[in-house]
Design a protein around this ligand. Sequence first.
Ligand code: ATP
Length: 473
Amino acid sequence: MNLEELYSYAKKFGFVFPSAEIYGGFSGFYDFGPLGVELKRNIESLLWKRFVTQKNFVVGIDGSIITHPEVWNASGHTKNFSDPVLKCEKCGARFKADSFIEDLNNGPVEDITEFVNSHDLKCPNCGGSLKFTGRANLMFETVVGTKDKSYLRPETAQLIFINFKQVLNSFKINVPFGIAQLGKSFRNEISPRDFLFRLREFNQFEIEFFVDPEEANNCPYFDGIKDKSIQILTREAQKEGGKAKTVKLKDLQDRATKWHLYWLWEFYSFFVELGIKPENLRLREHLEDELAHYAKACFDIEYKFPFGWKEIHGCAYRSDFDLKQHQSFSKTKMEVFEQAKNKRYIPHVIEPSQGIERAFLAFMFEAIEDDRLKLSKELSPIKVAILPVFNREPFLEIADKLFKEITNKGYSSMIDVRGPFVKRYDYHNKIGTYLTLTLDYQSLEDGSFVIRLRDKDEFIRTKDINQIFEMLS
Ligand code: ATP
């Protein structure tokens, strides 16, 4: 299925709608429908569960969206958060130069200006000449009160840095530890495109993991993962036009610290465990030119979309840059004091950054197969659809009782009496429902029902509702 087909599918079945479509749509903005919101929330709560609830060394925060302008001066966003622009001399269309060139070149180039100067780039819309017109800042401005200029946050990360001291003082947590945040970010992208891939309003799940710079290789979990294999497109391979290769994590220690590799592996495993085939995922090491001056290393996790390998996750070793900037701008000390080591220092930071909509898109592409959406049970928007063969009592009474038992356990469910019964299996295959539960005449006699697992086309008659819970657990 290509991108346009997936877009139509998502719209037709109520996953995603173009925002304000009745007014002609709004470029870079999408709304989630009844099924999409369930899938999106499943992704979000699985991330939170795995990376906050189940990690004793990660805590969460929820910061404000409109933020004190000085935050963005300190972080460098007001000055530097910009993308290079290519403009068509004929129709005026604007393109994000690095992405445009990356697609042409089948990978990032080291010097964008040089590439533009040495190629006769044409507008994909009208064939006009494309010219480099400098950079455009991506910050969304707003006015607070009547005159104070501020910004909608372009990432969630800075809210973590400015709350670093508060968390430390109030929660008494020891380094190494992480602070996570999940929520909206806003970027005034030059050319939003590729459906949910490049949006102007989207959601991020980010962790800032704070570590003593001298302990960045002291990760107690590394031994357990060092022999795991992962596909990587190294810096050298990108420069020489080479291919990705599969290596063990321990072979990457000259490129990243153990804690950095740990976080990359954790997010890679998140995708694999939820159904993405390893051959459709790879790490891409950032080229030297892509790295910010303070960053020691950065890797993307890329997914093989029908429109190419693209970033769905970024994970950078950002040193102590952000905390130092906020220390200098706010005059608040960002040091930690470790009693056991009798040491005072500003921690270094490893930053896993996950876009929710890009994960959503990757899971949809991966799950779609002929006539069904094979989402894992954890992701499935509706875990159990209850299908009474007739839309009347006493079928509905039994359906209602089952619905209550299932939803009381926290599983999403629906009683579906829409349309002819014969079409309902097919419909639930298409929307990724994990189990269907049919109520027929025998159900009235003995209280039994028929369970059908989406991917097996197997029917099991039972009276025991716990069988459902076992299948879902
Ligand atoms: P790109 O190079 O594609 O613009 P980026 O490197 O600027 O992305 P980051 O700043 O590293 O992206 O953001 C972290 C994550 O947030 C990305 O991996 C992606 O999942 C998500 N993300 C960033 N920008 C967007 C966007 N415009 N729309 C949807 N998701 C986004």
